[in-house]
Ligand binder design. Structure first.
Ligand code: ADP
Length: 166
């Protein structure tokens, strides 16, 4: 039986920590979907849904990873059942992620409309303290982004900062 995994997130923008989890998941399951939570009008995202899809697709192409990228709206459990997802993947960094991730998982389990299991992958040591917010802060202060994001994302971040300064 084919096992489909879903890795959901905001990916504003995708970081090397996300890429690491994506690569490791793609090796574990037959099919991997990267699910982008649609930006709501309330979220102050730097990147539009389309920009996020474009950046992730380029990363997948450059890294030779076989995965699909989809934007979704509404409840995660509805998307899980629609896409026939068997495994939900989440990444765990420091202890501070644990509380939020457990709440996220248990809530989704309670709301579940189909059978699925959640698997946590621990962040690699190199990316333990890496987050999209940190990356945006570094970009805003013209820091070196090379170890934190793929090259195409670095370019987009620099462009974005320039646009914001206009
Ligand atoms: P969210 O807005 O849901 O936190 P993110 O895109 O920031 O979405 O993260 C999606 C998932 O990836 C979460 O499970 C998060 O813990 C995990 N994650 C984020 N950054 C890293 C990283 N550097 N290493 C491992 N997992 C990570």
């Amino acid at each position: 039986m084919i096992k489909t995994a879903l890795y959901p997130g905001s990916f504003d923008p995708i970081t090397s920590g996300h890429v690491d989890i994506i690569k490791r998941s793609a090796n574990l399951f037959d099919k991997l979907i990267i699910g982008i939570f649609k930006n709501s009008s309330k979220t102050k995202a730097w990147f539009s849904d389309e920009e996020k899809v474009e950046m992730i697709k380029e990363v997948l192409k450059n890294e030779n990873i076989n995965a699909e990228v989809k934007i979704f709206n509404g409840l995660l459990v509805d998307f899980i059942s629609k896409e026939k997802v068997d495994i939900l993947i989440r990444g765990l960094r420091a202890l501070s992620d644990y509380e939020y991730e457990l709440q996220f998982t248990l809530t989704n389990k309670t709301l579940a409309k189909s059978e699925f299991e959640t698997i946590f992958l621990s962040a690699s040591r190199k990316y333990l303290y890496l987050s999209s917010s940190l990356v945006k802060e570094i970009a805003q202060n013209y820091g070196d982004l090379r170890t934190f994001v793929p090259e195409n994302v670095e370019k987009k971040l620099i462009e974005k900062v320039k646009q914001m300064e206009l």
